[in-house]
Design a protein around this ligand. Structure first.
Ligand SMILES: NC(=O)C1=CN([C@@H]2O[C@H](COP(=O)(O)OP(=O)(O)OC[C@H]3O[C@@H](n4cnc5c(N)ncnc54)[C@H](O)[C@@H]3O)[C@@H](O)[C@H]2O)C=CC1
Ligand SMILES: C[C@@H](CO)CCC[C@@H](C)[C@H]1CC[C@H]2[C@@H]3[C@H](O)CC4=CC(=O)CC[C@]4(C)[C@H]3CC[C@]12C
Length: 369
């Protein structure tokens, strides 16, 4: 027991620690980072579940704060050894303005970097996204690519643009001198579409299917592959890279890593059916009924309605020209960079990831949409 407390000396800060991914990172750190003495969980909205974590050997400090406020970020970062910056505005549906998306994703990240520099925090892990690479506006496929695969990363949408800018800031900050004279060590993880317990869009599809009498209608050809990765494995990658960043700064500093695991390559809808199928939904083939041009028309109509209704109400359906383009463009990753650089192996097999997600969807059943 004395030994366990002796080695507990590190302070970690997780921004966005109450989000879908952030909660998994927080729980994973508590389970798998034995050197942790204090875990600071920083979020705009704190979850009530944090209370139950406060009884263990690690001091869990909940900090309600806003990454766009530099002084709040600096206060939270001061004294932390490692920052895992997952906070972000994940919006491809037009719920928030482009200005707000930039404010949170870009200015918020600048604030985190400056706080590290000012307060002397040396290790920063940034949750980036596959979206910084693609799919691009031209709809070019990215087929089982890796971190070095050439791809024309051209974006117009505020979300991928903001993530790309933020990632660049984080990588450029690698090597900057922090308070005390030592260099900052940074890296970025790029998850593909994350799924698992807590995934809001999966919940939305499930409730939509229930409303449609247990059916979902195929809109995207089964041949379009979409990269997906289980949230537990993404969280594990964050924990591992944060640890190894401290041991192998020269190798890992300034690097990007796709997040990957053994999840199969499938279309977005077929992949969702791996979980929704066992929960009683079926995917109805409607290719002949709903041609792609009609989907594009519907998506454009949704965008027009969103614009027209904006003064009165927020109309933000899942289908818009951007989400349709992303769902309809092959983007899959095949890489072992994280294994080579920091020994990453997925903690959860595909079978585990699938059954955990199914169990969660079943528990969602009956809960309000
Ligand atoms: N969901 C996905 O499929 C993917 C997500 N990502 C990235 O992973 C990160 C986490 O995403 P999710 O967990 O899916 O989103 P989420 O929306 O569930 O979590 C984001 C968290 O950040 C917090 N947050 C937002 N604005 C904030 C602010 N101004 N100050 C402090 N906290 C703030 C939110 O309250 C929320 O708890 C994001 O950076 C996102 O870009 C990357 C790839 C895929
Ligand atoms: C055409 C519809 C018919 O059923 C299906 C629409 C599905 C879309 C809402 C999703 C398809 C692909 C998703 C995105 C993708 O997984 C990559 C992402 C990475 C991120 O960093 C944030 C989330 C997202 C943009 C994700 C959002 C939802 C989709 C567009």
């Amino acid at each position: 027991m004395a030994e366990a407390t002796e080695i507990r000396k590190l302070v970690y800060l997780v921004t966005g620690g109450c989000g879908f991914l952030g909660e998994h990172v927080v729980r994973m750190l508590l389970q798998r980072e034995p050197r942790l003495s204090e875990l600071r969980v920083f979020d705009l909205h704190l979850g009530p579940w944090l209370e139950e974590l406060k009884t263990g050997p690690v001091r869990v400090t909940a900090i309600q704060g806003d990454v766009t406020q530099a002084h709040e970020v600096a206060a939270a970062v001061a004294g932390a050894h490692v920052v895992i910056h997952t906070a972000g505005l994940v919006d491809v549906f037009g719920r928030a303005s482009p200005e707000t998306i930039y404010e949170v994703n870009v200015q918020g990240t600048k604030n985190v970097i400056e706080a590290c520099v000012q307060t002397g925090t040396r290790f920063l892990v940034y949750t980036s996204s596959m979206e910084v690479v693609g799919p691009n506006i031209k709809g070019h496929p990215f087929y089982r690519g890796n971190e070095d695969t050439p791809y024309e990363a051209v974006h117009k949408h505020p979300y991928p643009c903001s993530k790309a800018q933020a990632e660049q800031l984080v990588l450029e900050a690698n090597g900057r001198e922090v308070h005390g004279g030592l260099p900052l060590v940074t890296c970025a993880l790029r998850p593909t579409g994350i799924y698992g317990e807590g995934h809001q869009i999966m919940r939305d599809f499930y409730h939509q299917g229930l409303r449609l009498g247990g059916r979902l209608f195929r809109a995207i050809p089964a041949s379009v592959e979409h990269g997906r990765v289980y949230v537990g494995n993404v969280a594990w990658m964050h924990v591992l890279v944060a640890r190894e960043l401290q041991r192998q700064a020269a190798l890992l500093g300034g690097q990007v890593y796709f997040c990957y695991d053994e999840s199969p390559y499938k279309s977005y809808e077929d992949f969702n059916m791996e979980f929704l199928g066992p929960c009683g939904l079926r995917l109805v083939e409607t290719r002949l009924l709903v041609p792609y041009w009609l989907l594009m028309l519907l998506a454009a109509l949704n965008a027009l309605l969103q614009w027209l209704l904006r003064p009165l109400l927020l109309y933000a359906p899942l289908l818009n020209p951007y989400t349709l383009a992303v769902a309809n463009t092959t983007f899959t990753v095949s890489t072992d960079k994280a294994r080579r650089h920091f020994g990453y192996e997925p903690l959860f097999s595909w079978e585990d990831s699938r059954s955990r997600t199914i169990r969660w969807v079943r528990a969602v059943e009956g809960s309000a949409p």
